[in-house]
Design a protein around this ligand. Structure first.
Ligand code: KG4
Ligand code: ZN
Length: 348
């Protein structure tokens, strides 16, 4: 390990309080995630004020535990990385304020990290060597974007969703099917026993040459399909029986088709050798498999982080923060959280 290669990372942008220690931007020394799912479940989604309060309650203990598990003292660290945006403003402020106070007290530099950049940099865990230019498909609860990466820290968004994010569509359809929040993983489990071709759901086709996405038409089609029937249990398409599992599988197939279609088109257009997956929906096995197969036919490789590092975590923030620090990104003590930080935008 190089001197100063240890980064303590803090992530509080939404409903997971997370803390990690990462060595040299690639090796996870400690990785803790305290999920608030149980708190928000009864409301069917994240309640921002409850999220901030829970971050406040657990963050200090989580940082202590990460340090204890790593058997490190603060003086062993090289820097502290913290998610600065995008996300819920109150939730972000808890992490940013804590990181700055800790950095000031422990005489450590604090590196502000864009949450989306963090998701993308989860791909570097394990010491994998990237080839640039690369194309990143970012699919999370708040974002669906295609990001061209021409080098370390050089990110350009070339396409994005015009309405719902892919994860948001998964969560909304899961809710319509009566599945508990967060719906994405539950919908994937239900879809495993259904037929992806049970019902032909609409795939949005935007104007040629665009690398944007749209999922609201698909989501509405599922809503009508389910609400149009007296009960969720026995639905029909053209007279054939449709189970909730069939609807889940058909919806998942349609989302994945649209993601694969635009990603392959963009990969071809920009002549990239590698595509990287990032964000919570990147944990979806159907997406990983279908995108991998489609890219393979084009001679393009697919890289994806292990599923536990696709959903929100602090290790990814530690990787991105350490690499930003290494290439000279510096922030003063005055930086603050930015709820609507754009893809690729940095804070100093
Ligand atoms: O990246 P993430 O943890 O948080 C945000 O930054 O938004 O993504 C969370 C989203 C949620 O919408 C969740 O339902 C979805 O990712 N998700 C999945 C799966 N695991 C998480 N969607 C589909 N299949 C999954 N296996
Ligand atoms: Zn996220």
């Amino acid at each position: 390990m190089t001197a100063g290669g240890l980064c303590l990372a803090i992530e509080t942008s939404c409903d997971e309080t997370a803390c990690a220690v990462v060595a040299d931007g690639s090796t996870v020394v400690a990785n803790l995630v305290s999920s608030q799912t149980a708190i928000h479940r009864e409301f069917g989604g994240v309640v921002p004020e409850l999220a901030s309060r829970q971050h406040l309650r657990v963050l200090a203990g989580l940082v202590d535990e990460a340090m204890r598990k790593s058997r490190l003292r603060f003086s062993d660290l090289g820097c502290i990385a913290v998610t600065v945006g995008p996300g819920l403003i109150g939730a972000l402020l808890v992490g940013v304020s804590y990181a700055k106070a800790l950095g000031y007290a422990a005489k450590l530099p604090v590196v502000p990290v864009n949450h989306i950049t963090g998701h993308i940099y989860a791909n570097f865990l394990g010491g994998w060597q990237p080839e640039f230019p690369a194309l990143c498909l970012v699919v999370s609860g708040g974002h669906t974007s295609l990001v061209l990466m021409s080098g370390d820290g050089r990110l350009t968004e070339i396409g994005r969703t015009r309405d719902d994010a892919a994860g948001e569509a998964f969560d909304k359809v899961a809710r319509v099917l009566g599945l508990a929040y967060p719906g994405g993983p539950a919908l994937e489990r239900l879809a495993a026993s259904g037929r992806g071709d049970a019902v032909a759901l609409p795939r949005a086709r935007l104007e040629p040459g665009s690398f944007d996405f749209s999922f609201s038409g698909l989501k509405t089609a599922v809503l009508y399909l389910v609400r149009g029937s007296p009960q969720n249990q026995s639905l029909s398409a053209g007279g054939a029986y449709l189970s909730p599992a069939d609807i889940a599988a058909s919806f998942q197939a349609a989302v994945v088709d649209m993601l694969v279609d635009r990603t392959v088109a963009a990969a071809r257009h920009f002549g990239v050798r590698q595509v990287w997956l990032a964000g919570g929906v990147a944990a979806n096995r159907h997406l990983r498999k279908q995108l991998g197969m489609a890219l393979h036919q084009e001679g393009i490789g697919l890289h994806a982080p292990p599923p536990e590092f696709c959903t929100d975590n602090a290790a990814m923030i530690g990787v991105a923060g350490y690499m930003a620090w290494q290439r000279g990104v510096r922030a003063g003590w005055n930086f603050t959280a930015v709820a609507d930080l754009a893809v690729g935008e940095e804070v100093s």
